[in-house]
Design a protein around this ligand. Structure first.
Ligand code: SF4
Length: 321
């Protein structure tokens, strides 16, 4: 079993941390509460931080003459300036962080699908956009996983988010502790993961990791970190993941019975069709790695990208293609 570096993750505080919603409620989100046990959580409620109190009159995003404002219709207050200033101050103070899990559709924390109105009293929204805090997070942390709990009901997005979150955490500090060898070892352990996301990026990063001693390590580490984050920015294609799983199969194939191989190939077809989670195939390959003691296979983070307890093992929903 892998030992994981605990990611540093910022959460919207109402996602199970405090009853700070405008109506005094707390949001019970199963995934957020499970994730919380595996990360160093930094919960924040931007609306409480700017002094709106709880309970409070709701606020909304309003577009006026081409400008987007954050207003409280019941009081006529415009809190855009306070929220922008808070977001800037808070995000600058964070230091190293690996990702964000924010509240969906909130005019403050939302990252997409936040209702944008034509006026404080308008009944129907004009369209959708980002919340003031969520938008600031997206602009500042372009290379980090930033999600809302609503989108993570999609299992493919959830797997992608967790993979990025734990990968970025494991990269934190690499290249500083043990120099370039450290980075080369990190790259070797993440090669299959990178291959699943982008083979061309995997090769570029391999060249960087092989540059030991030719450039100052801080520059090289920073370049590697940027490239790694970008390689993992978009969800991988199902076919790329299956290709890596087929590659893994070659390491154990000689010891398997025909029925075991057929079972695995059937599982891959089910995964391709959205009828089985990726974690099922990964667990099976890992079990073969243990059985046949294939060290090079077991060191690949691809096979256990995040703690098993977070893998979706029930209520499976088909991934979006
Ligand atoms: S969505 Fe954000 S601002 Fe609203 S209650 Fe939750 S943490 Fe506070």
């Amino acid at each position: 079993m892998r030992t994981f570096v605990k990611p540093r993750a910022v959460f919207s505080k109402c996602l199970g941390f405090a009853a700070c919603r405008y109506d005094g409620a707390i949001v019970a989100d199963e995934f957020a509460s499970r994730l919380r046990a595996h990360v160093a959580a930094a919960p924040v409620c931007p609306e409480m931080e700017i002094g709106l109190g709880c309970p409070r009159d709701p606020i909304r995003v309003v577009r006026r003459g081409g400008r987007v404002r954050l207003v409280q219709p019941a009081t006529g207050r415009d809190v855009s300036g306070e929220m922008v200033a808070f977001a800037s101050r808070f995000l600058a103070s964070l230091g190293e962080v690996d990702g964000f899990l924010l509240k969906a559709r909130s005019p403050s924390c939302g990252i997409t699908d936040v209702k944008v109105y034509g006026g404080p009293g308008a009944e129907a929204p004009l369209g959708a956009g980002s919340g003031f805090f969520g938008g600031a997070v997206l602009r500042r942390f372009t290379d980090l996983p930033v999600e809302d709990e609503g989108r993570l009901n999609n299992i493919a997005l959830r797997e992608h988010f967790l993979t990025r979150l734990f990968a970025m955490a494991s990269l934190r500090g690499v290249g500083r502790r043990g120099g370039m060898r450290d980075l080369a070892a990190f790259h070797a352990a993440n090669e299959w993961l990178l291959a699943a996301y982008s083979r061309s990026r995997m090769r570029e990063l391999g060249r960087l990791a092989a540059c030991a001693g030719r450039r100052p390590s801080a520059n090289l580490s920073a370049a590697y970190r940027r490239g790694f984050a970008r390689a993992l920015a978009r969800p991988p294609r199902t076919t790329s993941i299956i290709n890596v799983l087929m590659h893994a199969l070659r390491y154990v194939s000689a010891g398997l019975k025909a029925g075991e191989k057929a079972f695995f190939l059937d599982l891959l077809e089910k995964y391709r069709a959205g009828k089985a989670p990726l974690s099922a195939a990964l667990t099976l390959v890992r079990s073969w790695g243990v059985r046949f003691e294939v060290a090079c296979l077991m060191q690949q983070t691809f096979l256990e990208p995040y703690p098993e307890a977070l893998a979706e093992t029930f209520a499976f929903r088909a991934p979006a293609r």
